[in-house]
Design a protein around this ligand. Structure first.
Ligand code: URA
Length: 241
């Protein structure tokens, strides 16, 4: 038995906070009775109806996937391009990506059917570190690294990467390799940060998400997260709040 608001959030219907509001407002029925008490416990064996919708429960699944280049992170694509779901069986079709990686970005992507987990992982206030390796055009200077570290304004918010390191420069090909760790989740964030100091990203790979790494996975391969890893991720996000 679990608290009703937890069950509703787990089903992916809405956040726990929103579920509490719905309960208080008499929008939740369990086995035919309206429930307004926040402490009420129930289980997925009960018939739970929220705003007229019957809650569906399915086993929670969590995957760590090595996204290859040339794959979209949406569940469907109008242009008929390959999507991340093409790498999963039919039985997993209700999972979806936790955040996005660009079409041409490779690396670590989480997928799940747990709405509450996905919301927590993506929420900017939880600040989970993601480590990227970027190959950029031009020779990055120490001054530019300093500028990145001192914060860059994107969409009126100053973004402070947790770490920036110039790894290598290739004078012959006029390119540089930069390691950058960010904890926000803005669209094209790494590309925009690098562009703000004058360097176009030509290759981008996400190596880590929190404590998770790609390990021995190859592009297109995946593995399930262990229950311990899922718990640790929940704890990470809770401790950061
Ligand atoms: N930053 C980007 O610019 N692109 C990604 O895919 C991820 C982070």
């Amino acid at each position: 038995m679990e608290r009703l608001q937890k069950l509703i959030a787990e089903s992916g219907y809405c956040s726990r906070r929103k579920a509490e509001e719905l309960i208080k407002n008499g929008k939740v029925m369990v086995n035919g009775s309206i429930i307004r008490e926040l402490g009420t416990k129930a289980s997925f064996g009960d018939e739970i109806i929220v705003e007229g919708n019957m809650l569906e429960h399915e086993e929670k699944e969590y995957y760590l996937f090595y996204k290859p280049r040339g794959v979209v992170c949406t569940t469907k694509d109008d242009k008929g391009r390959k999507t991340v779901l093409d790498f999963f069986d039919e039985t997993n079709k209700r999972i979806y990506p936790v955040g996005r990686l660009d079409y041409d970005t490779t690396g670590l992507l989480l997928l799940t059917n747990d709405g509450e987990f996905a919301n927590l992982m993506m929420h900017p206030s939880y600040k989970i570190d993601k480590f990227y390796v970027a190959k950029v055009k031009g020779i990055v200077t120490g001054y530019e690294v300093k500028k990145l570290k001192s914060g860059i304004l994107l969409d009126n918010v100053k973004i402070f990467p947790s770490r920036v390191k110039l790894k290598r420069i290739d004078k012959k090909n006029n390119t540089s390799i930069v390691e950058i760790t960010i904890h926000d989740g803005k669209n094209h964030e790494v590309k925009r940060l690098m562009e703000s100091v004058g360097h176009e990203v030509i290759k981008l790979k996400r190596e880590t998400f929190g404590f998770l790494t790609l390990g021995t996975l190859k592009p297109g391969e995946k593995r399930r997260l262990s229950p311990k890893e899922v718990k640790q991720l929940y704890n990470l996000s809770i401790n950061k709040n």
